[in-house]
Write a protein that binds this ligand. Structure first.
Ligand code: AQP
Length: 339
């Protein structure tokens, strides 16, 4: 607990490209709803982004884009600390310490590394491999109680908990006993994994080479209609039960999106459209997306045009984050015997 008795929340988004509906429904929408009840830190995790090569000019722009998206979606800098990870050097410092705590066997089990490295395992950066240690540092640096993430990040959260526990055990005789509180993942209802519009077995992702696989926060209304009308389905009629969705991943994904946006269950949506044409459903889905995303897009464009406002928000955020993290890192170094 913090001095104001609010629990702490930490989460982040990588500045790796245009933000999409998955980032919004799986992460940012939840950040907004948590910020009044929790002491919230929302980070733009650029050090994570460079685990895969980024064009430096685009990276700079993408950092500002994530900051603008946070603000446009409703994260309020009066309630939350918004900052860029690399502007707070304590993240990298603690990540190095965690490289020495975390075990190779633990990292070898991370499915996200296996998915991202694919067949190219020998040739990806070592940063991609140790990425979960940096994520643990992000969270534990602020002694966060809760971490709102999409369910794809749950395994990394478990590793964070393992690192915290091992640190507490390894240094229990040196002031480390119960030093880190063990953070909990916060997978909120409605934050289902959103899948690609062209392949229901792949998650919607910024780095997919085709923008037709995702709805981007900056897509205008016509483009949303086009992407939804071209979204893959199957020749069968609208489903009549949840069971049918097991073998229909693309249809399930569109229903999940509808249900998340409407904040109703998938069963309710199935009942509403049972017996109707797919084209009716898609038209309703496009209308719903437009009603939720158009105000965000307009706000995003307005904020992006005001670079000095964004820079002010980020430099205030970084100041606050350094203030919070400096004390923790000093204590950790003292426990370990560094410096
Ligand atoms: N498809 C998704 N469905 C639900 N949640 C998602 N998130 C990402 N994609 C989906 C959640 O968004 C937060 C920020 O993600 P990130 O940018 O840090 O990294 P990512 O998960 O690797 O996202 P992308 O879009 O797939 O980026 P690239 O293509 O660069 O790897 C996280 O909480 C994540 O769960």
């Amino acid at each position: 607990m913090t001095s104001n008795n609010k629990k702490k929340v930490f989460s982040g988004v990588q500045p790796t490209g245009a933000l999409h509906l998955g980032n919004y429904l799986g992460a940012i929408k939840n950040f907004v709803s948590l910020q009044t009840d929790y002491d919230s830190l929302y980070c733009i995790v650029d050090l994570h982004a460079i685990t895969v090569w980024q064009n430096p000019k685009e990276l700079k722009d993408n950092i500002l884009e994530v900051a603008s998206a946070y603000l446009a979606c409703g994260i309020d800098p009066k309630n939350s600390t918004i900052f860029v990870q690399s502007s707070v050097p304590q993240h990298a410092e603690l990540a190095w310490i965690f490289n020495c705590i975390s075990r190779i066997g633990w990292l070898n089990r991370m499915t996200q590394f296996k998915e991202k490295a694919g067949k190219n395992k020998e040739n990806v950066s070592s940063g991609l491999y140790t990425y979960p240690n940096l994520m643990a540092a992000d969270i534990l640096l602020y002694q966060a109680d809760l971490v709102p993430v999409g369910d794809d990040q749950k395994q990394h959260l478990e590793l964070t908990r393992d690192i915290a526990q091992k640190f507490n055990n390894d240094y229990s005789d040196f002031g480390g006993d119960n030093f880190f509180s063990i953070p909990e993942p916060l997978i909120l209802s409605g934050s289902a994994r959103i899948m690609s519009l062209r392949d229901g077995s792949k998650k919607m992702s910024k780095s997919d080479s085709s923008s037709m696989t995702r709805i981007e926060l900056k897509d205008d209304n016509d483009l949303i209609v086009k992407k939804i009308s071209k979204a893959k389905t199957d020749p069968l009629p609208m489903p009549g039960s949840l069971k049918e969705l097991d073998s229909r991943p693309e249809v399930r994904n569109l229903l999940n999106i509808f249900s998340s946006l409407r904040e109703e269950t998938v069963s309710e949506i199935i009942n509403e459209f049972n017996g109707k044409q797919f084209s009716d459903f898609k038209k309703n889905l496009s209308d719903l997306l437009i009603s939720k995303l158009e105000p965000i897009r307009l706000e995003l464009l307005k904020i992006e045009a005001d670079k000095s406002y964004i820079r002010d928000v980020l430099s205030n955020g970084s100041y606050k984050a350094i203030e919070k993290s400096e004390k923790t890192i000093k204590e950790i170094k003292n426990i370990i015997g560094l410096g």
